[in-house]
Design a protein around this ligand. Structure first.
Ligand code: ZN
Length: 160
């Protein structure tokens, strides 16, 4: 299967059956993210036990790429430490914006199906939004936007 059809298959699958979709009771960390360029809106709730992400859920209204990215993200970061999640956030962002060398060592695994968004400037922020929102939640920033000037990840994402 080539990377393009794998990508389409993953997007379709995660849209039909989003993983970890819904509310999370008694979340220790929570954030709401917006991507005004597309209209994506999602919230991410998680529970940290010590340094580990014990549970995580997302919900919201978003396009297929954003929803698939969020669904896949929750499956990958669940059980990981906060530090490992931050590494993945950075690597995913760098992959989506085209600055990650995929031939060098990284931890993205099957998340590399999203590598193609770097060639689709209008979709980059859709794919990144869940990761951006996870970063906000882990750092106790409750509302974030891909377009917010004071957002810590704004400069790094740039204006695609
Ligand atoms: Zn979108």
């Amino acid at each position: 299967m080539n990377s393009k059809s794998l990508y389409q298959e993953v997007i379709l699958d995660h849209n039909k059956k989003p993983r970890n979709y819904g509310a999370l009771d008694h979340a220790s960390h929570y954030a709401v993210g917006h991507n005004p360029l597309c209209g994506d809106h999602l919230d991410i709730a998680l529970n940290l036990e010590g340094e580990h992400i014990a549970s995580i859920a997302f919900q919201g209204e978003s396009c297929a790429i954003c929803k698939a990215s969020a669904s896949m993200m929750t499956t990958v970061v669940k059980g990981k430490t906060r530090a490992d999640a931050e590494t993945l956030i950075k690597e995913f962002r760098d992959m989506a914006t085209g600055t990650l060398n995929l031939d060098a060592e990284h931890h993205l695994g099957r998340l590399t199906v999203f590598a193609g968004v770097r060639d689709l400037p209008t979709r980059v922020k859709c794919a990144i939004l869940p990761w951006h929102t996870l970063h906000a939640a882990l750092n106790s920033v409750t509302t974030t936007s891909t377009e917010a000037e004071d957002d810590p990840m704004h400069a790094a994402i740039g204006d695609a």
